[in-house]
Design a protein around this ligand. Structure first.
Ligand code: SAM
Length: 173
């Protein structure tokens, strides 16, 4: 019975998405088959690998993942190479705001710094599906209590917000 008392999400560290988040993104990308997919915040490439695998399985779509930290891009590149997934994603060491494709993407996983995410949503085109991570009130207090609470921005869009683990939302711009 203990197993049923409190669910746990699979965390590698406090920065990578939970494994369950990556698995959900894999399923969404497999189902929706976006032509242009952008991930903001590559970090060590754990979710990037799931998304690249979905693009590989779809045999369709372009995928760009960006991070402002060169060390993370190098680590992610190595990780993706080890999985033979490099050719399914273009890694860029650049701020999400400067990724021109962000404005044209059909699907965005917004997972850069907390305070960047509202701007990323603003830049996305109408109709884009955007998954935003860390949307719970606890995440806001933990990551960026001095910036605007993301929940207030998200409430102005059609979508669903789930208050599980660190929280996430799926919206249609
Ligand atoms: C929460 S981590 C990303 C986790 C990753 N998506 C995963 O699932 O494992 C946030 C990353 O965003 C990067 N970052 C911060 N500001 C950024 C920006 N403006 N554009 C792109 N990346 C940014 C940080 O360097 C950091 O590696």
């Amino acid at each position: 019975m203990d197993k049923l008392e409190k669910p746990k999400w699979t965390e590698f560290d406090g920065t990578s998405s939970e494994l369950e988040m990556s698995e959900l993104l894999y399923g969404l990308v497999r189902m929706l088959k976006p032509k242009l997919l952008v991930e903001t915040g590559t970090y060590k490439g754990f979710t990037t690998a799931w998304l690249a695998d979905a693009i590989k399985e779809n045999n369709y779509g372009e995928f760009i993942s960006c991070d402002i930290n060169e060390e993370y891009i190098t680590l992610a590149q190595k990780y993706l190479s080890s999985l033979e997934l490099s050719k399914f994603v273009e890694l860029r060491c650049i701020s999400s705001y400067l990724v021109e494709e962000l404005k044209e993407a059909d699907f965005i996983y917004s997972d850069s710094d907390y305070q960047c995410r509202a701007k990323e949503i603003e830049l996305a085109k109408k109709g884009c599906i955007i998954v935003i991570h860390d949307t719970s009130l606890e995440s806001w207090k933990r990551y960026s209590p001095t910036s605007k609470y993301l929940g207030d921005t998200l409430a102005t869009y059609d979508g669903l917000t789930f208050d599980v683990s660190r929280g996430f939302s799926i919206i249609r711009k």
